[in-house]
Ligand binder design. Structure first.
Ligand SMILES: *[C@@H]1O[C@H](CO)[C@@H](O)[C@H](O)[C@H]1NC(C)=O
Ligand SMILES: *[C@@H]1O[C@H](CO)[C@@H](O)[C@H](O)[C@H]1NC(C)=O
Length: 390
C-alpha cells in the first residue's frame, strides 16, 4: 500500500513538472487523474491540488474526499454520519476541519497572569457565560465520531449522538451542574457481549507469560502505548462545525491502575475557556482503558479488552468542569486554531502539563508555609501563655 502511494506520488510529481501545458491536462484523460488522485491519502491529495489548475478542479470532487475520510475515520462510513457530513458542507471541508489538531498557546498567558479567582468586576452573566448564548446550546447538538487504531489498523469505531445522558436537555437540568463526562463504553466484567473490543497476539501484541514479568519489563504496556491512535471528532450540528479533540498519539498514562491488570492511556487537547472559567484554558482528557484478560504459560493467549473510552474536561487545578461550562467550552473549541504541525500540537499539550505541575508545586509550598506559620504561632501562643502564668 505504501509503495503504491509512493508510486502515485512520484507520478504526480512528474506530471506536475512536465512540459505539458496545464490547460491540456484534463483533455488528456481526466479519468486517469481521477484514478490517481483517488488513491492518495489526505495530505498528498491536498498538496497535489496545489500543483496545477487541472488537479485543483478534479480534487474538488467530493467522492475523492469521501474516500479519504473513510480510510482515516472508518466511522464516517455510516449512513447517518455521511448525511451529517454532507449537511455540514461536505467531506472536503470535514477533512480540512478535523485532520489538523487543536493548538493552544494561551497557557503561557495563564502562567504570567496567574488567574486564580473570578475577577471581581465580572457580572453574573459573564461568570456563567452568556445566558442567551447558553439557552441556544443543547447537548443534543453535539455528535462524537470516534475511531481507534492499533498499529495503523482500525480496531474500533463509535458514534454518539448527544452526550449519552438521558434527559440531559432542559436548561435547569442536573446535567448542567454535574461534572461533565461522555462515556462511549458501558463495560462490565460479567458482560460477555460481542461488542467488546479486544486485541491479541495476532494484532501485534507481544506474548506475555505472566503479569509478574509484565510488571517488571512493561513490554505489553509499551507496545500498547506506542501502537494506539485515537481520533475523537466533536461535531456541533447546529453551528455546522467540527474539530478533532484527540491527540492521535497518547500523551501519557498509568500502568496497573486501579488494579494490576489495568492500563490507562490518556489522549487529549488543550481547549480555550476564555471568559468561561478563570483558568482561561482547560484540558480535554480522553481516557482509554484496557484490561489484560488472558495470559497463558506460553503467552500466545495474551489478550486485552477495551474497558473504558471517555471524555471529560478538567481545569488547571484538576477540578472537573460541569456540564454547562463544558458545553460552552466545546462550542468555542470547534472554531479555535488548528495546526498540521504535530510537534507544535504536542508542545502546547506538554506546556499545559508543565504549567499545571508548577502550579501544584507552588500550592503545596504555600500550604506547607502556612502549616509552618500555624505551628510557629501555636508555639508562640503557648509560650506567651506560660510566660504570663508564671
Ligand atoms: C513545527 O512546530 C515546531 C515547534 O513549534 C517548529 O519548531 C517547527 O519549525 C514547525 N515546523 C513547521 C514545518 O512549521
Ligand atoms: C502562593 O503564595 C503567593 C504569595 O504568598 C501568592 O502570590 C500565590 O498566588 C500563591 N500561589 C498559590 C498557588 O496559591
Amino acid at each position: 500500500m505504501f509503495m503504491e502511494i509512493l508510486f502515485y506520488e512520484l507520478m504526480l510529481r512528474i506530471i506536475a513538472m512536465s512540459v505539458v501545458p496545464v490547460d491540456s491536462i484534463p483533455s488528456l484523460n481526466s479519468d486517469l487523474f481521477y484514478d490517481i488522485l483517488r488513491r492518495l491519502d489526505g495530505p498528498t491529495l491536498a498538496s497535489a491540488a496545489c500543483t496545477c489548475a487541472a488537479f485543483c478542479s478534479i480534487s474538488k470532487e467530493e467522492s475523492l474526499w469521501e474516500n479519504v475520510c473513510s480510510s482515516v475515520w472508518p466511522a464516517t462510513n455510516r449512513e447517518d454520519i455521511k448525511s451529517l457530513i454532507s449537511s455540514m458542507g461536505g467531506f472536503r471541508k470535514f477533512y480540512a476541519d478535523c485532520f489538523p489538531l487543536i493548538v493552544n498557546k494561551e497557557v503561557a498567558d495563564y502562567q504570567e497572569k496567574n488567574f486564580l479567582e473570578y475577577p471581581d468586576d465580572w457580572t453574573e452573566a459573564e461568570y456563567y457565560g452568556d445566558m442567551n448564548e447558553f439557552e441556544s446550546l443543547s447537548p443534543s447538538d453535539f455528535v462524537s465520531i470516534v475511531d481507534i487504531r492499533f498499529k495503523d489498523k482500525a480496531i474500533c469505531s463509535k458514534v454518539q449522538w448527544g452526550v449519552g445522558v438521558p434527559n440531559a436537555n432542559g436548561y435547569d437540568g442536573w446535567f448542567y451542574n454535574c461534572p461533565f463526562r461522555i462515556d462511549l463504553l458501558t463495560y462490565r466484567d460479567d458482560d460477555n457481549n460481542d461488542g467488546v473490543v479486544t486485541l491479541s497476539v495476532s494484532d501485534g501484541l507481544p506474548p506475555i507469560t505472566s503479569m509478574e514479568r509484565e510488571r517488571k519489563d512493561g513490554k505489553l504496556w509499551q507496545e500498547l502505548f506506542d501502537g494506539l491512535q485515537l481520533s475523537w471528532i466533536m461535531v456541533n450540528r447546529k453551528m455546522k462545525q467540527a474539530a478533532n479533540l484527540a491527540s492521535w498519539r497518547p500523551l501519557g498514562g498509568q500502568r496497573h491502575w486501579p488494579t494490576d491488570n489495568d492500563f490507562v492511556i490518556r489522549f487529549g487537547s488543550v481547549l480555550p475557556a476564555t471568559d468561561i472559567l478563570p483558568s482561561q484554558v482547560v484540558e480535554c482528557i480522553l481516557i482509554m482503558k484496557f484490561r489484560v484478560v488472558n495470559t497463558e504459560e506460553d503467552g500466545v493467549g495474551t489478550k486485552v479488552k477495551l474497558t473504558e473510552l471517555s471524555m471529560q474536561l478538567e481545569d488547571m487545578e484538576g477540578a472537573h468542569v460541569n456540564g454547562r461550562n463544558s458545553l460552552l467550552i466545546l462550542k468555542e473549541a470547534l472554531s479555535c486554531r488548528r495546526s498540521k504541525n504535530y510537534s507544535e500540537v504536542l508542545e502546547s499539550c506538554h506546556l499545559y502539563s508543565k504549567v499545571q505541575s508548577e502550579l501544584k508545586e507552588e500550592k503545596m509550598r504555600n500550604e506547607s508555609r502556612l502549616d509552618r506559620l500555624c505551628i510557629l504561632s501555636g508555639i508562640a501562643a503557648f509560650m506567651t501563655f506560660w510566660y504570663c502564668v508564671l
